[in-house]
Design a protein around this ligand. Structure first.
Ligand SMILES: [Cu+2]
Length: 155
């Protein structure tokens, strides 16, 4: 028992810092939401899922108790205009690979915001996977990074 407790104590600081979540052979790395300007109705979120298993899985939906509507979007730029559409069949997580909301214009979209989301906040959510099932995670709200400019046009 003492060995177990020591091991847990050793593990704890690392897992808190790394901000990641495990579900079976899936590892969900650093879910984050970009801080919103005052009055914004939507916020973009990002995460990476690493699949160390031998079967494909799929992120089907994101739910949050504090934000009523969360969608998964892909944005494309056609004739200089950014448009977004829902990822109708979710985000595939190939076996032995990783996939990110953040790759190729994809993102989680937290909609119908009733207040500003500020850096340092933590938003609880549940990721619904086809095989791994429902996985509770926490999205950290972070400042918009200087290098990565997200452009959003919602109609
Ligand atoms: Cu969007």
């Amino acid at each position: 028992m003492r060995i177990l407790i020591t091991a847990l104590l050793l593990l704890l600081p690392t897992s808190v810092l790394a901000h990641e979540f495990k579900a079976g052979s899936l590892l969900i790395d650093h879910p984050k939401i970009v801080e919103t300007p005052p009055g914004a109705k939507v916020a973009a979120g990002y995460l990476t899922v690493v699949n160390s298993g031998e079967g494909e899985d799929r992120l089907l939906a994101i739910e949050s108790t504090t934000i009523s509507r969360v969608e998964m979007h892909a944005s494309t730029i056609t004739d200089g205009v950014a448009r977004m559409k829902q990822l109708e069949s979710g985000l595939p997580i190939p076996a032995g690979k990783s996939a990110s909301l953040g790759d190729e214009g994809t993102h989680a979209m937290f909609m119908d915001l009733t207040r500003q989301l500020k850096a340092g906040e933590k938003i609880e959510a549940v990721l619904a996977f086809e095989k791994a099932g429902r996985v509770p995670v926490v999205f950290n709200v972070e400042k918009r990074s200087a290098q990565k400019v997200e452009r959003h046009e919602h109609q």
